[in-house]
Design a protein around this ligand. Structure first.
Ligand code: XMP
Length: 513
């Protein structure tokens, strides 16, 4: 296994991700938990020193233990990792007075015999991503220069006799397009075969959950979304009936959704599942509420009330399971307390652990969305479930602008089901990031047969996106839109007009409220 010593870079998890893509098992450990004894016990086959925000000059600047350099295994230092390596091995680092460098740069080979660089410069200078204040001004004895950039004479250096490599840039990020190739070379020269799999990850995750939870009880708010579902199935595999899932049915779900969730988790996976049927409570509380933020807050408050009372009935619970993913972890760190404006109050159970004195189990914290999907497949969750579009916590309430009623929700559910059926039939579901129908709070005049109609209008939404932060509308063909409109109007009583929403985000948002 490979050890990544973390010095606090925002992108350390991306290194782990690149390695997992190469089917190499790695663990990230913060620098202050790694000492000589740890190294002996861990026995890494290679070590990567991550980037980080510190300066090697700062008092108490983070360092790896000296023993990293006497283990006799390959070491790769990245950015801060490079500087700390040079500093400890007898080179010299200078403070960044006017030499700070952030962003794109091009590295040119000085000598491309280095195994780490095999195939790397085949197409000429390589684009890399730099992000550093200080810089190395003299390399350590034994090191040679293998690549330079206009502002980084020591962009790539190595001591080939000891297999120590140091790069000033970040090969793990997207803006170093061929950076994965460097990691591939590094793990190959370190002797990794690339035979680690998601199956192995599953076993290790199960082991870790058992160690963390012991014989205590865990509860999980299961929404039926991919993240909470994968987390729940994984935790259930680890601790069986010590896990109870609470599925809060707020009556704002899509057609057939509640049945599907209950059947799958209770019958197929045999999990202890509480189906809290609280439709009336939510819908009564939302009666006459038309302000979007009030709607969201009402739903959020009731959700917590319902969840808490169910948890209290189970009794003696110590842990709350959450399907937090790595991108959520970075966002909450970098934006916590920041000056951003609340566009929409998000529905989550964030405040619960403190309120109820629960500790968190978050087995997906290191993974990205596509890795969670792969893990879900590994755990036997059906493909159509894993590939599902995201669905917001407040559900259909925010797809029905204005005050909701049971009738409107029913009309919306039917229209949405027809629309999604159309998308699946045309093989477009997986190309679209999210698609749904919204029911507009206006009625318009139409003519059907020989009669006048006065019914609701519905809007169809479909977007492409990478992360939901920005989005563009999906360019359906006119034939598809025409056919879908006809089906909705024919099959759904209460709708006589269909529109297609062609707003991108920004300026629009994906949901209507
Ligand atoms: P917006 O409408 O803000 O949505 O462009 C971006 C993404 O977030 C989803 N969304 C939510 N998800 N709780 C959630 O779990 C919420 O309160 C919530 N509001 C919006 C939305 O479906 C889209 O995928």
């Amino acid at each position: 296994r490979l050890l990544i010593i973390d010095f606090g870079s925002q992108v350390t998890q991306l290194i782990a991700r690149r390695l997992r893509e190469l089917n190499v098992y790695c663990e990230i450990h913060p620098f202050n938990s790694v000492d000589a004894a740890f190294l002996t016990e861990f026995a890494p086959k290679a070590v990567i020193l991550s980037g980080g925000p510190a300066s090697v000059f700062a008092e108490g600047a983070p360092r790896p233990p000296e023993e990293v350099f006497t283990l006799g295994v390959p070491v790769l230092g990245i950015c801060y990792g490079q500087q700390v390596m040079m500093h400890m091995l007898g080179g010299h680092v200078e403070r960044g007075h006017g030499t700070a460098e952030f962003g794109r740069a091009f590295v040119t080979p000085k000598d491309d015999r280095l195994e780490l660089l095999e195939g790397w410069f085949d197409e000429g200078p390589e684009q890399v991503w730099m992000s550093h204040g200080d810089h190395v001004s003299r390399i350590a004895p034994g090191f040679e220069v293998f690549g330079t950039s206009p502002h980084a004479p020591f962009a790539i250096t190595a001591d080939t006799s000891r297999n120590f490599f140091a790069v000033q840039f970040h090969p793990e990020v997207h803006h170093t397009p061929r950076g994965a190739g460097l990691y591939a070379n590094f793990v190959r020269l370190a002797g990794f075969k690339g035979d680690w799999t998601m199956g192995a990850y599953r076993e290790e995750a199960v082991q870790k959950i058992r160690e963390q939870v012991g014989d205590k009880k865990v509860i999980c708010a299961l929404s039926g979304g991919v993240d909470s579902s994968v987390a729940a199935v994984l935790i259930h595999e680890a601790i069986g009936d010590q896990l109870t899932c609470v599925f809060v049915d707020h009556g704002l779900l899509r057609q057939g959704e509640a049945e599907e969730v209950v059947t799958m988790f209770r019958d197929h996976y045999n999990m202890a599942l509480i189906h809290a049927q609280e439709q009336d409570r939510f819908i009564n509380a939302l009666e006459n509420v038309s302000d979007p933020e009030t709607k969201r807050k009402t739903i959020g408050r009731l959700f917590i009330e319902v969840f808490e009372s169910n948890a209290n009935q189970i009794g003696d619970v110590s842990f709350l399971a959450q399907g937090t993913l790595y991108p959520d972890v970075i966002e909450s760190v970098s934006f916590a307390g920041g000056p951003s404006v609340t566009i929409k109050s998000h529905h989550n159970v964030g405040g619960l652990p403190e309120k109820m004195g629960l500790k968190l189990v978050e087995p997906l914290r290191e993974l990205f969305k596509d890795e969670v999907r792969a893990l879900g497949r590994e755990l036997g969750l059906p493909d159509h479930f894993i590939g599902r579009h995201p669905f917001p916590g407040p559900g259909l309430a925010i797809r029905c602008p204005g005050a909701i009623t049971r009738d409107k929700l029913e009309i919306l559910r039917k229209a949405d089901a027809v629309y999604i059926d159309q998308i699946r039939k045309h093989g477009l579901y997986d190309e679209i990031w999210q698609a749904f129908a919204a029911l507009l709070p206006v009625r318009t005049v139409g003519v059907m047969g020989d009669g006048r109609t006065y019914d609701y209008a519905c809007a169809l939404r479909a977007v492409t996106s990478v992360d939901g932060m920005t989005a563009d509308y999906y360019p359906f063909s006119h034939d598809f839109l025409g056919e879908t409109a006809t089906r909705i109007i024919n099959e759904v009583q209460g709708i006589n007009r269909v529109t297609y929403d062609i707003t991108s985000k920004p300026p629009g948002t994906i949901e209507w409220e």
